[in-house]
Each structure stands twice: as C-alpha cells, then as structure tokens.
Design a binder for this molecule. Structure first.
Ligand code: AIR
Length: 195
C-alpha cells in the first residue's frame, strides 16, 4: 500500500456479504466503515490527512448504504506520482466513482478527472483562510471538456458526494437503489412536523 494510504484495519469489520465491493445486504453502518475492502467501487481521495474530518462524511454515508470505499491521502501537488499510480489501475480494481476533497488551490479533482474516464466528484474543503471559497472556485471552474461534479463546501458537500456516488452506482444495482430509497425515507421520517 502506498505510504499515506489509509489502513484497511476496519476492512474486516462486520460480516456482510459483498458483491463487487457493494454489500449485498441492506445492513446499516454500525460505527465502522470497511475501507478498501475487496473491489471498492468508490475511491475517496483527499489532499491532506487533515481533510479527513470533513471527508469521513462521505465514507460514513457510503458505509450506511453498504458501499465500500477506498480512502486515500493523495495530493495533486505534494504527491503527484501517487495520484497517477492510483488512477492507472483504478478501473481494473473495480473503481466506478472517484470523490476528491481538497482545500486551498484545490486541483485534486480536476487533475483526477484529467487522468480517468470515471466520474469525478469534487468536494471543496474549508481549510484555508478563505474558508473554502478558493477551493470551491478551483474545483468548480473546470475548462470545458474535463468535467468535475462539484458539491458544496465542507461536510455537507462530502456527505452529498457520498450520496451522489451511491446514486450513480444504484443505476445498475437494484438492491442499492432500495437501500438508498430506505435511507431517504428514514431521513424524511426524522424531520419533525413542528419545531
Ligand atoms: N492541498 C494539499 N495538496 C494540495 C492541496 N490543495 C490542500 C489540502 C488541505 C490544504 O491543502 O487538501 O485542505 C492544507 O493542507 P495541510 O496538509 O497543510 O493541512
């Protein structure tokens, strides 16, 4: 495993059967995700380990939906070769969607999109004195021809990136689609009628 890659120590947690990296049961998360287990269909990249406080929201919601993710610290600037290496075998490893979170001059999602045909979702991280506005503009303002689906700044964006990745996978996975529908219903049920 590349230096800086997140450990897979939680990969064995739970005993839910998997199919192609997506759990075949609708079991909800029980506090631990299963990173890089088997052929994880979603990659979660972040420019710094300091971004994990935000990006774990993507990992957690995918875990709630029974979708395995491969979580890595990869910087487009500080570890460019690590990014190239990670993406070189991505499709062969079963990756289907890549989520990228970075702050400041956030080029991670854009450079990732330049190196893969997989859909890339970008999460601007609010780690700079500009509170993520710099990362938002750097991530969203891609030149025509290389798309990045950009989410909101910070945790909401990371959570939505996870949900959007699941929605993409659910197009070809009816069981995941059902879990996503159940997740949405549970969310609705939690909203009180009155304050
Ligand atoms: N970053 C790292 N390499 C390229 C970029 N844009 C970003 C990280 C992090 C911010 O720089 O995504 O949000 C600050 O990183 P650090 O490690 O100094 O805390």
């Amino acid at each position: 495993m590349a230096k800086g890659a997140k450990p897979t120590k939680r990969a064995e947690a739970g005993s839910v059967a998997r199919s192609g990296g997506v759990e075949s049961s609708g079991r909800a998360a029980s506090g631990g995700s299963r990173r890089a287990a088997g052929r994880a269909p979603v990659g979660i990249l972040m420019g710094s380990a300091n971004d994990y406080g935000v990006m774990r929201a993507a990992e957690e919601v995918l875990d709630e939906l029974g979708v395995a993710s491969d979580v890595r610290v990869i910087s487009a600037h500080r570890t460019p070769q690590r990014l190239v290496d990670f993406l070189a075998g991505a499709e062969a490893r079963g990756l289907e969607v890549v989520i990228c979170g970075a702050g400041g001059a956030a080029h991670l999602a854009g450079v990732t999109a330049a190196h893969t045909l997989l859909p890339v979702l970008g999460v601007p991280i609010d780690s700079s004195p500009l509170q993520g506005l710099d990362a938002l503009l750097a991530t969203v303002q891609m030149p025509g021809g290389i798309p990045v689906g950009t989410l909101a700044i910070g945790k909401a964006g990371a959570r939505n990136a996870g949900l959007l990745a699941a929605a993409i996978l659910a197009r070809k996975d009816p069981a995941l689609r059902e879990r996503l529908a159940a997740w949405r219903k549970a969310q609705s049920d939690k909203v009180p009628d009155r304050p």
